[in-house]
Design a protein around this ligand. Sequence first.
Ligand SMILES: Nc1ncnc2c1ncn2[C@@H]1O[C@H](COP(=O)(O)OP(=O)(O)OP(=O)(O)O)[C@@H](O)[C@H]1O
Length: 337
Amino acid sequence: MRRSFAPSVVAKRKDRGEDDDGDDDEDWNINQVSKKKTGKKDHLLSSPHMCPFRKPLTPLGNQPLANRHGLSAHEEFIKKLLSKPFKIPIPNYKGSSFGSRALGIRRQGARCALHDPCEENALVLYSPPELSANEQLKVDMEKQPVHVVVDPLLCKVLRPHQREGVKFMYDCVTGSQIPDSYGCIMADEMGLGKTLQCITLLWTLLRQGPDAKPTIDKAVIVSPSSLVKNWSNEITKWLGSRILSLPIDSGTKDEIDTKLERFLAQQGRRSPTPVLIVSYETFRLHARVLHKSSVGLVICDEGHRLKNCENQTYQALTLLKCQRRVLLSGTPIQNDL
Ligand SMILES: Nc1ncnc2c1ncn2[C@@H]1O[C@H](COP(=O)(O)OP(=O)(O)OP(=O)(O)O)[C@@H](O)[C@H]1O
């Protein structure tokens, strides 16, 4: 802090007998310092490097200690801390069996639906039971079921009868229509858009569920060979690149087996190709591979082709490890389905 040199202030200071060895450079007086502190006036004055008007700088000895690398003790401590190798805190921890899976950040707080159930035109397939204010205080919001709402992308194109159809199929395959039954026949007339309804169901089950996680991880569509490509095109038409399908309509036995094995080996929420599309013939011929693992949903297009239960394709389909089953047919009556 600079001292005032106003004559009145200087006079007052002198009256009070204040000495001048404060911090201010301007007030430093080499004669006084030499008399009071060192008594080496002559020596100081005789030094050719000593300025008589400016106090000497603080000696370096007052600075924090530096090591031989020029780091202060604190910097040295931080460096040591950061260079410590990472140690797994759990003894003998082996890690997950899915080596490629990265650790995620656990979601905190209440679960929420993927799409807004209150949005105009929203198609809500599942609503959690309503809770009273008192119940809301008691329940664990992290375990509360959430709404299942059809992606608005599809909602805006679905026609009224298709909305009903999607809701019907969802209720059936989730066991809400008939307890412990997970199948249905979708028998809309030809050209009413059964394919789009099934794609909507598939997309919803692959991404959502009341537990705020996907209901299924893989699905198989079995259709007449002439329609395999059509299914793949319709999926791309409505969902773009959101999901990739795996249509199998040609190839050698080994090639097809390899593709099927790869499809079945996929696990978890984000399978790269979660939808397999095969013909009835391919399904029957490769049933041995397909029976090795389970899938979340099977859709049989033109299901009236499964004429009776002695049929080999029917047998192969029955043995597939899959609980949720949808059969599509524009003409279900002809075969007594
Ligand atoms: N909501 C919609 N808006 C626009 N186009 C639609 C809609 N629903 C279906 N379509 C189109 O109508 C056409 C016929 O639909 P689709 O093939 O699904 O009928 P389908 O009921 O499966 O008939 P089929 O019994 O002959 O298989 C398709 O090209 C489909 O993309």
